[in-house]
Design a protein around this ligand. Structure first.
Ligand code: AMP
Length: 490
């Protein structure tokens, strides 16, 4: 199938040809005709699926064909995103795809002066990409009018809720016209997202897409147990011993990210950090330097890294485990792209065992563990006792994409208690033997309508992996929250 067969106009087709896009991705095949037809969309799609072009191309076409002009301060199409980085990325996509079209687009987020944004809005805009907080500030000041809005896009809606934008979003929903097109993209579907979708969307087309090139994707995942204090030295040791090339390393807190970067730089390793405390230009510069290969190690918090399109990383290291189990899936999704084999290594200390349990429950695997000579844990990392169905290898994408195991989940229902098996306990320096499937978490994940997870029938919304898997994940997440306490600054 070609882009031309999706009825895109000539200027867009020429741009796509110049970009070297010859085949639409699955999400684009489904989204483009539906958005052109004016339908609402509920899409389970994350970065890497081509989702941005999936909504940007038809919206740009629609805005070009409909010759109505936005009046002063008004916006015709609004794209809400959770982070500044994603805002820049999505705005860049609109500029790239709409390069041959006479449209005005702009990006607005917090942490930078508001005046240029106010000035830009004066003449009105066709497309505004914004984070919710700054958008509301602009609206409350009268710099932005939402009454002419035709299309509202919520990109990474789950992340916006995770970041506490729920009330801001409600305020935006109250300010936009009832008659409009709404497109909602989310990597995961919690009850809150479902509720939001039910209130916002009218007869939406539901689509689900897996990341591009995931069919051939294989990520080798393993855990190296150690003590918390040994992690920086262990990271440096592994970097040297294993001759690592470029590594994206995930750290729980902003402070921890800076500390690791300082340790690496002191040892002569080129490293940079992206996290929420860094000014926007510094974050973008770090990202560009990493992408161009000038920097070997990019240390990031989950929030700052979410949605970044960094291609073809051979290795991702979890210096700390994430407090939200799903972030583990997002993190390791950054390796093994484009059909290449990737590796994800997690440095895990005793404090993190509940987080590890939540992750293993979510992905339904016990991750193989090893220890590194000279860095053995004095505080042994206990067995997670996870009733996994396989060890190592690739996470089950259905569970990974659709399950919800939040370390800070509040409404968790307890899972059936299951005894921890000695088979799940790691032997020093050895992989954990595989265990047979258990009925609760094993087998093909099934949604309530009985279809295998990952094969969403058109027009139906599959919200969860197997019931057992979901409640088990929630229970594990609940116990993780007890251990984790308050979420750190990310
Ligand atoms: P996204 O999921 O929107 O972040 O896109 C992921 C990456 O895929 C971006 O670098 C896009 O430029 C690229 N991309 C999107 N659609 C296509 C396509 N049809 N062919 C080739 N590359 C694409």
């Amino acid at each position: 199938m070609s882009f031309a067969s999706l009825s895109l106009i000539d200027p867009l087709l020429r741009t796509l040809e110049e970009l070297g896009y010859d085949t639409p991705t699955p999400v684009q095949k489904q989204a483009i005709p539906a958005v052109l037809a004016g339908r609402d969309l509920l899409a389970a799609a994350q970065t890497g699926t081509g989702k941005t072009a999936g909504f940007a191309l038809p919206l740009l076409q629609h805005l070009t064909m409909d010759t109505a002009q936005a009046s002063a301060h008004a916006v015709r199409c609004l794209v809400l995103v959770p982070t500044r980085e994603l805002a820049e990325q999505v705005y860049e996509s609109f500029r790239k795809y709409g390069g041959k079209l006479p449209l005005r687009s702009y990006v607005a987020y917090g942490g930078v002066p508001m005046e240029p944004q106010i000035a830009k809005l004066r003449k009105g805009l066709d497309v505004l990409v914004a984070t919710p907080g700054r958008l509301l500030d602009l609206h409350r000041q009268g710099a932005l009018l939402l009454d002419q809005l035709q299309t509202l896009v919520l990109d990474e809606a789950d992340r916006m809720l995770d970041l506490g934008f729920s009330r801001d979003l409600d305020a935006v929903f109250a300010a936009v016209p009832k008659e409009r097109q709404t497109l909602l993209f989310s990597a995961t579907f919690s009850d809150a997202i479902r509720g939001m979708a039910a209130g916002l969307l009218r007869d939406p087309l539901s689509i689900q897409a897996s990341p591009r090139n995931t069919t051939a994707k294989a990520v080798r995942q393993h855990v190296i147990t150690t003590d918390k204090k040994s992690k920086p030295e262990l990271f440096l040791h592994l970097l040297r011993k294993r001759g690592w090339g470029q590594v994206m390393v995930f750290v729980k807190t902003r402070k921890g990210t800076d500390q690791l970067v300082a340790t690496l730089q002191a040892a002569g390793v080129s490293a940079d950090a992206i996290h929420g405390d860094k000014p926007q230009p510094a974050r973008l510069r770090a990202l560009e330097r990493f992408k161009s290969g000038q920097v070997q190690i990019l240390a990031a918090t989950d929030v700052a890294a979410r949605g970044l399109d960094i291609q073809a990383l051979p290795l991702v290291v979890n210096f700390d485990l994430p407090t939200v189990a799903e972030d583990y899936v997002h993190r390791i999704g950054r390796t093994g792209r484009a059909g290449a084999e990737g590796e994800a290594i997690s440095l895990v200390c005793a404090d993190e065992v509940e987080l590890l349990r939540a992750i293993e429950t979510l992905i339904r695997q016990v991750l193989p563990r090893t220890e590194e000579d000279g860095f053995e844990a004095d505080h042994r990392v206990p067995s997670t006792g996870t009733p996994a169905v396989q060890t190592g290898g690739k996470p089950r994408s259905g569970a990974a994409k659709q399950g919800t195991a939040r370390a800070n989940g509040k409404s968790a229902r307890p899972a059936q208690p299951r005894p921890a098996s000695p088979a799940a306990a790691p032997a020093r320096g050895k992989s954990i033997p595989a265990r047979p499937a258990r009925s609760q978490a094993g087998g093909a994940a099934r949604n309530p309508s009985g279809t295998a997870a990952g094969t969403l029938p058109q027009g139906k919304i599959v919200m969860a992996a197997g019931r057992g898997a979901k409640s088990a994940a929630k229970a594990a997440a609940k116990s993780a929250s007890k251990a984790g306490g308050r979420p750190p600054k990310r």
